[in-house]
Design a protein around this ligand. Structure first.
Ligand SMILES: [Mg+2]
Length: 250
């Protein structure tokens, strides 16, 4: 199991500052990502100038167990790469490139080959790898990144991607529905297994699979995000209950 100690530890921080998980902009899926990224924040008075984009992979532009760019997003991914060329676009994933999950960079190398985008190697998982991200951009001054305000973080998880953006002092764009919007999923179309499987058929099959996987994803998010918070609240509740009892007996 891909445990995220960083996210669990930062639950304590979130209790004090719940606004850390709030995005600066929200989109339904990766397809709606405004490029250049400034367009995502155009309603704000403090107009940011985005020099670089930190991009999540799983359930953002690819399926969680895939290194392929999801079929419907290939054009958007190409546009994003053109707007943020070279080191200006960086994939930061809690699977590919995370040293605890991908110690030999096998997944990271495959992902770099599939996307043509650098994948960060990081010791601390999101949301705790902000300093490793900034160190990457310090080593690549050609990106024009002078500080965290020049960076936008794009991802589907509030507790990892958006907390990372806020802890860094960067800008967070939340991909609310994951890789495929629930309303966009076919409820009745099934792939015709008798005909030749085209790329469209394969994506149709993927959509069916995701429909089932989304239910699991929601459950997993509850376990990963909410359970630590529930345990913490229960511990605090018990602590509070015990204090007056000790005082009374004393
Ligand atoms: Mg993700």
């Amino acid at each position: 199991m891909n445990l995220n100690l960083s996210a669990s530890l930062n639950v304590f921080r979130l209790l004090m500052q719940p606004q850390l998980c709030l995005p600066h902009a929200t989109i339904s899926t990766f397809r709606e990502l405004p490029v250049p990224l400034e367009q995502a924040f155009k309603a704000r008075e403090d107009k940011p100038a985005i020099k670089a984009v930190v991009l999540d992979k799983d359930d953002c532009f690819a399926l969680p167990d895939s290194n392929e760019i999801y079929g419907a997003y290939e054009e958007k991914f190409k546009t994003l790469k053109e707007a943020y060329p070279g080191r200006c676009l960086l994939i930061v994933s809690n699977t590919a490139g995370a040293k605890s999950w991908d110690p030999n960079r096998k997944l990271a190398t495959e992902l770099e080959k599939a996307t043509g985008v650098p994948v960060l190697s990081h010791s601390s998982k999101k949301p705790g790898c902000g300093e490793e991200i900034m160190e990457y951009f310090r080593q690549h001054p050609e990106t024009g990144v002078k500080g965290p305000r020049d960076i936008a973080v794009v991802g589907d998880r509030l507790m990892t991607d958006m907390v990372l953006a806020n802890m860094m002092g960067s800008w967070g764009v939340w991909v609310r529905d994951g890789v495929v919007p629930l309303e966009g999923k076919s409820m009745v179309r099934m792939p015709n297994r008798n005909s030749k499987r085209t790329k469209a058929h394969r994506w149709d099959e993927e959509e069916q699979r995701i429909k089932a996987a989304n239910n699991f994803r929601i459950s997993f998010h509850v376990l990963n995000d909410i359970l630590p918070l529930s345990l913490l609240l229960e511990a605090l509740r018990q602590e509070i209950r015990e204090v007056p009892s000790n005082n009374h007996t004393g």
